[in-house]
Write a protein that binds this ligand. Structure first.
Ligand code: DGY
Length: 315
């Protein structure tokens, strides 16, 4: 059996699935590892399964042992890996696309509805014992049905979000590098026009140096007053100061965020801005999805070990 190191503890059935295919070594105390720790833990391993909570930068890739033949990231996002450095070392990498799109899209709807219907404030009212009973002025929200949805990044997850949003009679618009087939929705090549017609913005684009702080004060100002913003991609796409200020000033009616820049050390403004519905990066956290991600990672690694070229290979 090939020896594989996994950087985080996985749900029990997922660990059992890995153990059927590999001689698996776990990061037993589930401590977040530095890039150097990850490289050191790979000593004597054939494979590495890394999570989005760990990074492999160029220096760590240099430190990877000669025994290491393949890497799988247990994620669809891969900005935590220096793919160029891995490619230069001749270490192939697989990831887990497709299988989490539906679950993450479900979560985008939850964030959208949570922001629109002020779920955080309602929850707090009850669990903090402050609710004094029904009132017609209480927690007036924003209707989602029939609104103009704007998806930034119409990839696999974006398309799944659009599919769900159609059931809410939403008008789908998107801003992408390229237009898709006409049924996908209204394509906006022009970013300003895209933002100006968007009532509910969902960020579903990958993290990259180009998309860092994409949602900044200037772009927020182009959204109509009372718009909502949702982020299920990566925290780095949002300028936290600008988003918090826009929600506090009332320019945005609210926001729904599953991901944060520098998480878990989130901007302190998120602790007080109760119109911002927050979640601790759990967009893909369902057992069904975790198992399906494992299947993709395992079959990808097995293919690489056998010298085959799996469809989920990144480099
Ligand atoms: C992903 O797969 O990229 C999720 O955000 C979990 O890391």
């Amino acid at each position: 059996m090939k020896r594989v190191f996994v950087t985080r503890r996985l749900p029990e059935p997922v660990e059992a699935r890995f153990a059927r295919s590999f001689d698996t070594v776990w990061n037993v105390d589930d401590r977040r590892l530095s890039p150097a720790d990850v490289a050191a833990a790979c000593e004597g391993m054939d494979g590495l399964v890394i999570n989005a909570s760990e990074r492999l930068d160029a220096a760590a890739v240099t430190g990877l042992p000669a025994s290491l033949k393949a890497v799988a990231t247990y994620s669809v996002g891969h900005e935590h890996l220096d793919l160029n450095a891995l490619q230069a070392r001749g270490i192939p990498v697989v990831y887990t696309p497709d299988v989490l799109s539906a679950t993450v899209a479900d979560d985008a709807m939850l964030l959208m509805l949570g922001a629109a219907r002020r779920a955080r404030e309602g929850q707090a009212l009850i669990v903090e014992g402050r609710w004094t009973g029904w009132g017609p002025r209480q927690l007036i929200g924003t209707e989602v049905t029939g609104k103009r949805l704007g998806i930034f990044g119409m990839g696999r997850i974006g398309r799944e979000i659009a599919r769900r949003a159609r059931a809410f009679d939403m008008e789908i618009g998107y801003h992408n590098r390229r237009p898709l087939e006409p049924e996908a929705g209204l394509f906006f090549a022009d970013e300003g026009a895209f933002l100006a017609r968007t009532d509910i913005l969902v960020i579903a684009a990958p993290a990259s140096p180009e998309t860092r702080h994409w949602l900044n004060a200037e772009r927020i100002a182009r959204l109509p007053k009372g718009a909502l913003a949702v982020n299920i991609a990566r925290g780095s796409l949002v300028d936290d100061e600008a988003l918090i200020a826009a929600v506090e000033s009332g320019h945005l009616a609210g926001a729904g965020l599953d991901v944060f820049d520098g998480e878990p050390n989130i901007h302190p403004g998120y602790l007080r801005a109760d119109r911002i519905y927050v979640q601790p990066h759990i967009g893909s956290s369902t057992m069904e999805t975790r198992l399906a991600m494992a299947e993709r990672a395992i079959t990808g690694l097995e293919a690489l070990f056998q010298g085959r070229d799996p469809p989920n290979r990144l480099v």
